[in-house]
Design a protein around this ligand. Structure first.
Ligand code: NAP
Length: 333
């Protein structure tokens, strides 16, 4: 496993993590255990993935085998859209730590910059009769961040970060914070390389984590029939002829080339898989190097904003939130 050092705390973050979105609790428990056995030390989850408890079970089982300790692991989870307000940070963090059965997380991200009103019974967004999501127009990143800083000072969060924030939203936090964001997790793959945002992050010592690094092939089925989404526009990066040709050059798979391309540029990757074969494949990316010519070929696949998959418009009305982060004309839907 290779690591990147986080600037403020000097904590080491593994450059490969396991993504866990769309993995049910029943499946993820054995997957996380298998992944830890295979050498994964970094797990990415979120309140909204509804699998934190199962992940906690797997980690405890693994620690109990004596093969490693909690300190060997890097666990990321996220403050949900329904808890995106200062008064809810501690409530959600407490609940998430309880579910994960841990007394701290290594990284806590604000999952999205916008917020929804929360149904207190189900802890899910309130949806109006029209199907529109009940937006919390009072979302205030500065006060939410202050609460996250307080939790970090208490030791329950080791590092703070953001997800799906744009440059100006991040700048606003940097200007007022005591503890700077250490990590930004955003959609990032060969079709959507986020060059400007990555440059900005590098200037501010923020590590970038790529979600959907394989182009999220499973999302296509997930988004079928979702409001405002056309699955026809989903990329097939794994089937891309150039990616396949480069893979053949190295006797590697297209997935390994896509992941290697990102880690070679100091981007952390969190591919999701529940198959043992693909877990192994996705971890076997440290024994080869793409040539400068191959890197240039992959650079040319970037489609800019039109390569974005995750625009969140499936949450009807979300674009009317004052903190909706993306430019609408360029999002695919
Ligand atoms: N912050 C956010 O808003 C946000 C949004 C989306 C995702 N994420 C995080 O990022 C993680 C990764 O993103 P993602 O899950 O959307 O997409 P991804 O990792 O790009 O792709 C996962 C899909 O690819 C398949 N796959 C995995 N390895 C493969 C391989 N070697 N060859 C062929 N297919 C392979 C998986 O199927 P199998 O399981 O069957 O292998 C799954 O369907 C998520 O799980 C989540 O933790 C965060």
């Amino acid at each position: 496993m290779k690591y990147v050092k986080l600037s403020q705390t000097e904590d080491l973050m593994p450059t490969l993590g396991l993504g866990t979105w769309q993995a049910s609790p029943e499946v993820i428990e054995s997957t996380v255990y298998k992944a830890l056995e295979l050498g994964y030390r970094h797990i990415d989850t979120a309140f909204n993935y509804n699998n934190e408890e199962a992940i906690g079970n797997a980690i405890i089982k693994w620690i109990n085998t004596g093969k490693g300790s909690r300190r060997d692991l890097f666990i990321t989870t996220k403050l949900p859209h329904v808890g995106n307000r200062a008064s809810d940070v501690k409530k959600f963090l407490d609940l998430q730590l309880k579910r994960l059965q841990m007394d701290y997380v290594d990284l806590y991200l604000i999952h999205v910059p916008f917020g929804f009103h929360c149904d207190p019974q189900t802890l899910t967004p309130v949806v109006k009769n029209t199907g529109e999501y009940d937006l919390d127009m009072e979302t205030d990143h500065i006060s939410t961040w202050k609460e996250m800083e307080a939790c970090q000072k208490e030791g329950r969060i080791h590092n703070l970060g953001l997800s799906n924030f744009n440059e100006s939203q991040i700048s606003k936090i940097i200007k007022t914070c005591t503890i700077r964001p250490q990590v930004l997790q955003v959609e990032l793959h060969a079709y959507f390389q986020q060059l400007d945002l990555r440059k900005f992050c590098s200037e501010h010592d923020i590590v970038v984590t790529a979600y959907a690094p394989l182009g999220s092939p499973g999302a296509k089925e997930h988004f079928v029939n979702k409001y405002n989404y056309s699955p026809n526009v989903f990329p097939d990066l794994l089937g891309h002829p150039e990616v396949n040709e480069i893979a053949k050059n190295h006797n590697k798979t297209p997935a390994q080339v896509l992941l290697r391309y990102l880690i070679q540029q100091k981007v952390v990757v969190i591919p999701k898989s529940t198959s043992e074969k693909r877990l192994k494949e996705n971890a076997d990316i440290y024994d080869f190097e793409l040539t400068p010519a191959e890197v240039n070929r992959l650079k040319k696949l970037d489609k800019g904003e039109s390569g974005r998959i995750f625009n969140f418009l499936f949450w009807k009305g979300v674009e009317n939130h004052p903190e909706y982060p993306f430019k609408l004309a360029s999002a695919i839907y």
